[in-house]
Design a protein around this ligand. Structure first.
Ligand SMILES: *Cc1c(COP(=O)(O)O)cnc(C)c1O
Length: 455
């Protein structure tokens, strides 16, 4: 019998509910705090988010129903394939079995559409006609542009200036789906003008673009804000990835020992890992869950577990998170989606409690891994996804040394078709490794907001 490579599911297998990890956490999530250091009431967020998403943000229900309209839209590309990477295994000469879930199959090219569609849906249902957002690498902006178009919502995207310049075709995609795209920092907001006054050539940062988008949404009744990662409801929506994967591993008659995902804000990691964490919590055979971040933006592995803002300016509430400091200016590495100063509160807390792991990998080694993958499996991975591939290949090579036949599973969170300029620079020898300097981390941490808990 020929070996099975792609494990496919019928459309009816698209999950009917998202999985909320909060129900299975050993400790309740740390509260979100207002500027006064006191726990924030959820309605304080209603200036920028619809009620349905605020409810999901604070929910402790284990299962949250996926609206039928969203499930039908998921059918545009879901269920995504679980692929056994036989050719990569052979190229590495490893006894490990390697699988990946291909989230690059979505129209926008990454997992981000899993959350963009429900976010647009709930905003539409509550009468919102405009959404603002930020985008780093362009994957989230593309996803929200398409989702906004589907529901007849106007979308304005503040795109980090360095990406705006590096990735013109991501901008064209957003415009094709009907969105308006501005380079951030822009002259349109007070946050943008202040940043430009201080640094006229500012390359921008995700934190600054968030500040611009939040500022605009907070100031207009018809406009809400949408975030592509970090928040609990975004991680919740992404659990369709892990829930499908569990059905697929049942069919394959296999089960992962280790799961790897690139970690920026934490949404694709939470999405693939949390449904397996539920089994760990239930006492089944534990699966090791590994978040993979760049050495140049190492929030989990080198940051501080403290209350910090979600944006660069201090407009958002305070969330407990592993952070490099909210005014951290990440170097212009080529995995824009991993350049956020902090990690999601849920991922941070689970990491702090030892229930998930984290590693960091340097830029050059990630491109090398992505190219090895592309030459054996065909798909050209997004630079963000290359981080998970690197960590997975490293483990497969350790299995080769030890002779262990582990089952390794990673999230191929997106394709790299709009990232070829980064590959070009890698081939031209223009990319470098960058370890974020310890002094810079210490300086940024000294500027963390002071709150009651005593940071
Ligand atoms: C945005 C992005 C990431 C990282 O974001 P998370 O919120 O951590 O998931 C990883 N891969 C791709 C392709 C992305 O677009």
């Amino acid at each position: 019998m020929p070996q099975t490579t792609r494990i496919l599911l019928p459309e009816s297998a698209i999950p009917t509910h998202w999985y909320n990890v909060v129900a299975d956490m050993p400790n309740p999530p740390e509260p979100v705090l207002g500027a006064d250091g006191k726990a924030l009431s959820p309605d304080a967020l209603s200036a920028i988010f619809p009620d349905a998403l605020i409810e999901q943000e604070v929910s402790r229900e284990r299962w949250i129903p996926i609206p039928q309209e969203v499930r039908e839209l998921y059918q545009l590309w879901r269920p995504t394939a679980l692929v056994r990477a036989h050719r990569l295994e052979a190229a590495l000469g490893t006894p490990a079995r390697i699988y990946y879930k291909y989230e690059g199959a979505s129209p926008a090219g990454s997992h981000k559409l899993n959350s963009a569609l429900p976010q647009a849906y709930y905003n539409k249902r509550e009468g919102i006609t405009r959404l603002t957002t930020e985008t780093g690498a362009g994957q989230w902006g593309s996803s929200l542009s398409f989702a906004g178009g589907v529901f007849g919502i106007d979308v304005r995207v503040y795109m980090v200036r360095v990406s705006y310049q590096q990735k013109p075709f991501r901008r064209s995609m957003m415009q094709t789906w009907g969105a308006e795209v501005l380079a951030s920092p822009s002259e349109l907001t007070a946050s943008g003008r202040a940043a430009l006054a201080a640094h006229p050539d500012s390359p921008g940062s995700l934190g600054l673009a968030i500040a611009e988008a939040v500022e605009e949404a907070a100031g207009r009744a018809d406009t809400n804000y949408a975030l592509g990662s970090v928040l609990n409801h975004v991680l919740l929506h992404q659990t369709v990835i892990g829930l499908e994967a569990k059905q697929q591993f049942e069919i394959a008659g296999d089960w992962p020992d280790m799961i790897f995902a690139p970690c920026g804000g934490g949404s694709n990691f939470g999405g693939i890992a949390f449904p397996f964490l539920a089994d760990n919590a239930a006492g089944k055979k534990p699966v090791r869950l590994v978040a993979v971040e760049p050495t140049s933006c190492p929030s989990l592995t080198r940051g501080h577990y403290a209350y910090d803002f979600g944006d660069a300016v201090g407009l958002t509430p305070l969330m407990k998170q592993y952070t490099l400091g909210h005014d951290f200016m990440p170097p212009g590495i080529h995995a824009g989606g991993l350049r956020h100063h902090g990690a999601s509160s849920l991922v941070s807390q689970l990491y702090h409690e030892g229930l998930v792991e984290a590693v960091s990998v340097p830029q050059l080694a990630t491109f090398e891994a992505g190219i090895t993958f592309a030459r054996s499996e065909g798909i050209i991975p997004a630079p963000e996804s290359c981080h998970a591939i690197r960590a997975c290949i490293d483990e497969a090579l350790r299995c080769k040394q030890s002779g262990e036949a582990k089952t390794l599973f990673f999230n191929l969170s997106g394709h790299g078709h709009f990232d070829m300029a980064s590959y070009d620079r890698y081939f031209a020898g223009e990319l470098e490794d960058f370890d974020y300097p310890a002094e810079a981390i210490r300086d940024a941490l000294a500027r963390l907001p002071r709150v009651a808990e005593g940071v």
